[in-house]
Design a protein. Structure first.
Length: 194
């Protein structure tokens, strides 16, 4: 890593930057899909910023670790939570999408369930990519969970570089699913206690 970094809990004041990075993790095609047909990516970003600012949301700053450079720049984020809380936390997204976008996502597929700690969003700003920041964030989440349950994520099957990163950390594919119209691998990291 070429940057001196610290991994720390996010703050509410970082919400606009965190929202931008969550949108980067989702990819802008998925974001346009959520916002369409009558809203822009800026509208979606405003909604996501509000969700990051909330205490009870999938995207809450409280569920987010940030990688911060020595100079205080936010370089990357990892948003994760216990899978058993998914439906409760998703309720704020469903409500916000109805209010801000006029869209109903109450029947969207469930990404995770009880029994796994779910990494919802992992992203590093383009100017900091390739420096080991994503790996550091993943390891921080794994350490935080401490082997109590598997850590899981979805990776787009069209993103083999991300899949290789996860495999290097120790994630293994346990199944396939779709999200945002994309074919995904459901991957888990499990600490085997001997």
């Amino acid at each position: 890593m070429n940057y001196e970094l610290s991994i720390q809990p996010a703050t509410r004041g970082q919400a606009p930057e965190i929202a931008s990075l969550i949108m980067l993790a989702m990819n802008h095609d998925c974001c346009r899909n959520f916002a369409a047909p009558n809203h822009t990516l800026d509208d979606f970003h405003r909604m996501m910023t509000l969700l990051v600012e909330m205490d009870e949301s999938l995207y809450s700053y409280r569920n987010t670790l940030v990688a911060v450079t020595r100079k205080g720049a936010l370089a990357g984020i990892c948003t994760a939570y216990d899978g058993k809380d998914f439906l409760r936390l998703r309720a704020s997204f469903v409500e916000a999408a109805q209010q801000h976008l006029g869209r109903d996502f109450s029947n969207a597929p469930v990404e995770t369930t009880s029994g796994e700690y779910y990494i919802d969003s992992l992203a590093v700003k383009p100017e900091y990519q390739g420096q080991g920041i994503a790996s550091a964030l993943l390891r921080a989440v794994i350490e935080r969970v401490g082997g109590r349950q598997p850590v899981a994520l979805l990776v787009d099957q069209g993103n083999p570089m991300a899949e290789k990163l996860y495999e290097r950390i120790g994630f293994r594919t346990i199944g396939d699913t779709t999200w945002g119209g994309h074919a995904m691998h459901h991957m888990q990291f499990t600490i085997h206690n001997s």
